[in-house]
Design a protein. Structure first.
Length: 348
């Protein structure tokens, strides 16, 4: 059954922190938005990759996790009633003769929007996988590339593969919770926080976890379940490691995916923008956050917040060319207080 097209003033592609803040900035200008994300939940990479990892560079918030930041942003944008369309990817974007933009998603939903904001982070990111013939059959059952429910791994024999922050953080997390933890990395050198490396070595010295320098090269099954991982060390010796679950953190392979085919000007696999408006090479399409590129670009969440504000004002001028868009302050503007649903303070 075909779904009716959704007509709107704004569509935001990406429900990470910058995409969520874009909802807020558009909302202040009374522009309602629909938000599309390929992930099944909001939060983007912050929630998908490090929901419990601390973030220290959000202004006025000394420390928060990716999940906490997402929760606060959702609370902040609640007055604007954005509609979310999760678990679907925008597969095509075309400019119509009337200047509006038609988007189609992987679930067959069509949008006709006057403006589009691409806040898709690094694009469609995919985890670098464990390359052992046939092991993909266990993905989501005993083989995982992210941790969504940590308690699921308690009392299990865990093998963690990788040498970055995610691998060490999760290996350390499961010490004392899992039945056993074995870390596997191809060399005795890590791209992780020094404190995590020191803690890992301490746990290995006290035999609370194990570390093997080598690479997974085979696996064994029993009753149609993973039972052992074969690890070949730097001397060519094979270690058979009993296992219930394997967690792999080899990093991400970012891909623009369908975005590369939308006719936008691309530089270094990123979308080029005008820094006065954050508009792309196509009128009505804006790019904010890690997906865009301009001289001096810094891939920081706070930079994305700044870009979202300027993009919103530019979009308002684009949508309402006959209207003068005035800068108002949430501290003193009765109009913005009404939009936000808060009581205007009385200043003496």
């Amino acid at each position: 059954m075909l779904q009716e097209p959704i007509e709107t003033d704004a569509v935001i592609i990406g429900a990470g922190p910058v995409g969520l803040f874009q909802v807020f900035e558009l909302g202040l200008l009374e522009i309602k938005a629909h938000v599309i994300d390929s992930l099944p939940a909001v939060g983007g990479q912050c929630v998908e990759l490090y929901p419990d990892k601390p973030i220290y560079d959000i202004p006025a918030i000394p420390v928060c996790t990716g999940q906490e930041l997402t929760n606060q942003l959702l609370k902040q944008i609640a007055p604007f009633g954005a509609q979310f369309h999760l678990g679907q990817e925008v597969v095509s974007l075309e400019q119509q003769t009337d200047g509006r933009l038609k988007l189609n998603t992987s679930l067959g939903q069509e949008f006709i929007s006057k403006t589009v904001f691409i806040a898709a982070g690094v694009g469609a990111f995919q985890p670098r996988t464990l390359r052992l013939d046939g092991i993909e059959a266990f993905e989501g059952k005993q083989l995982f590339y992210s941790v969504k429910d940590p308690e699921r791994f308690n009392d299990k024999r865990i093998v963690v593969c990788g040498g970055g922050d995610s691998a060490l953080d999760w290996a350390l997390h499961f010490v004392g919770k899992a039945q056993s933890v074995t870390l596997i990395h191809r060399r005795d050198d890590f791209k992780a926080a020094p404190t995590s490396i020191a803690k890992m070595r301490g746990f290995c010295a006290s035999h609370e976890m194990a570390f093997i320098i080598g690479q997974p090269t085979s696996f064994e099954t029993m009753n149609h379940r993973l039972s052992e991982i074969g690890v070949t060390d730097i001397d060519g010796k094979i270690h058979q490691v009993p296992v219930d679950d394997v967690l792999v953190f080899f990093g991400l392979s970012p891909k623009l995916g369908p975005i590369a085919d939308w006719g936008l000007e691309i530089d270094r696999k990123q979308i080029t923008v005008n820094t006065a408006t954050f508009q792309t090479s196509i009128p009505g399409i804006y790019a904010v956050g890690d997906i865009n590129y301009y001289p001096g670009k810094k891939k920081l969440i706070l930079s994305g917040f700044h870009e979202a504000a300027l993009a919103a004002f530019a979009a308002a001028a684009y949508l309402y060319p006959e209207k003068q868009i005035q800068l108002q302050y949430t501290t003193t503007s009765p109009k913005l207080h009404k939009v936000l649903g808060v009581k205007s303070p009385t200043f003496e």
